[in-house]
Design a protein around this ligand. Structure first.
Ligand SMILES: Nc1ncnc2c1ncn2[C@@H]1O[C@H](COP(=O)(O)OP(=O)(O)OP(=O)(O)O)[C@@H](O)[C@H]1O
Ligand SMILES: [Mg+2]
Length: 342
């Protein structure tokens, strides 16, 4: 696909360059000037074909916003997203339809994505009709059964309704449905966060088996670094809209450079996502209600108020991405300085 030049480096399958997404301000308190929400700032990452990029970070840090931009569900304020070498913002008409097929998504709550009135056979079969022209009937049911087999379910599930399935089974149906269109890229936005820990592992293993068989590329968003590490070749850590660290999964996990990544790892396991969400919502409300001093000075590192290592410069300047020994980058004055010294 990329031409026949020998030894030419293969361009990454997904390339996100300097992505910014800013949401317009919602003014909740009439006397306050509402600031626009800068959900993603200066984020760059790339994913090689057939590999997994894991994205972690606390609630509200911008993970889903990156996912939605990649799915073309929202328009970036600034920056470029290239998939298979093409800028997705320019896709139109047939090309855009092809993109919507090539790039599938699996979300946290599969129930809301499955039509409650339809059987599994219809839910998955509809996609085979749309994309492969298979009419409802025995042949289509056979193809659905094959897909069910690939996600570890027997053909008897063909006649089940979503409400008759467990959370893990629903997520398997969501995966089967994504596979029905033979995607090149699957954006997985916390597909296992709502599942029991024991089931999480099964779904992760299933996704990894599918990748080994089909060579599909994943952007995998998660809260639990232990889960994400298992499935990811590379990991990115987000804080307050910034990608503050990225690199090979093993390096990030074993030698985290950013103080925030170190804190995340020290807190492993982080099981209670619901409580984390509630806290984040509370914090946002508090920030909105209090006077402007709650957030760090514009231009400084957003992690500085929580950072045990913060220096003067951290209040004033957002650090650039600096290379880390062992691979990847870190955006931190202190960690960057250490990596330069060694
Ligand atoms: N459509 C929108 N309009 C305004 N603000 C938004 C919109 N979508 C997201 N945001 C805000 O942008 C920030 C990033 O949201 P995002 O959903 O990307 O976070 P996240 O990292 O996926 O969090 P979570 O772990 O809770 O899913 C949040 O502060 C959120 O409130
Ligand atoms: Mg999210």
């Amino acid at each position: 696909m990329y031409g026949a030049t020998l030894n030419a480096p293969t361009p990454p399958f997904v390339e996100i360059e300097n992505l910014h997404v800013t949401f317009a301000a919602r003014r909740r308190l009439p006397w306050r000037q509402a600031a626009p929400m800068r959900a993603v700032r200066e984020a760059s990452l790339s994913i090689a074909a057939g590999t997994t990029f894991g994205l972690v970070g606390e609630s509200g840090s911008g993970k889903s916003t990156i996912a939605r931009a990649l799915l073309r569900l929202l328009e970036p304020t600034h920056g470029t997203i290239r998939v298979a070498g093409r800028a997705i913002a320019t896709l139109q008409g047939r090309e855009l339809l092809a993109y919507r097929r090539e790039v599938q998504a699996i979300f946290q709550d599969p129930y809301s994505a499955l039509n409650p009135a339809h059987t599994v056979g219809t839910i998955v079969g509809e996609l085979l009709t749309r994309h492969q022209g298979l009419r409802p009937g025995r042949q289509r049911d056979a193809s659905v059964s094959e897909l069910l087999g690939q996600v570890g379910l027997t053909p008897e599930y063909l006649h089940r309704l979503p409400r008759e399935l467990s959370g893990g089974q629903r997520q398997r149906i969501a995966i089967a449905r994504a596979l029905a269109v033979e995607p090149a890229l699957i954006v997985c936005d916390e597909p296992t966060s709502a599942l029991d820990v024991s089931i999480q592992g099964q779904v992760i293993n299933l996704l990894m088996d599918i990748q080994a068989q089909r060579g599909v590329t994943y952007l995998f968003i998660g809260h639990n670094l232990n889960v994400v590490r298992h499935i990811s070749n590379n990991i990115g850590v987000m804080y307050s809209g910034y990608l503050v660290e990225s690199g090979p999964a093993q390096r990030v996990y074993e030698e985290p450079a950013h103080p925030y990544t170190q804190m995340l790892l020290a807190a492993v396991p982080v099981p209670d996502v619901a409580a984390q969400r509630a806290r984040a919502a509370q914090r946002r409300q508090h920030d909105e209600a209090s006077t402007s001093a709650a957030s760090p000075a514009e231009g400084g590192c957003p992690f500085q108020p929580r950072c045990p290592e913060a220096r003067d410069i951290c209040h004033q300047v957002m650090p650039e991405a600096l290379p880390v020994i062992g691979g990847g980058m870190v955006r931190c004055h202190v960690a960057g300085e250490q990596s330069r010294r060694t």
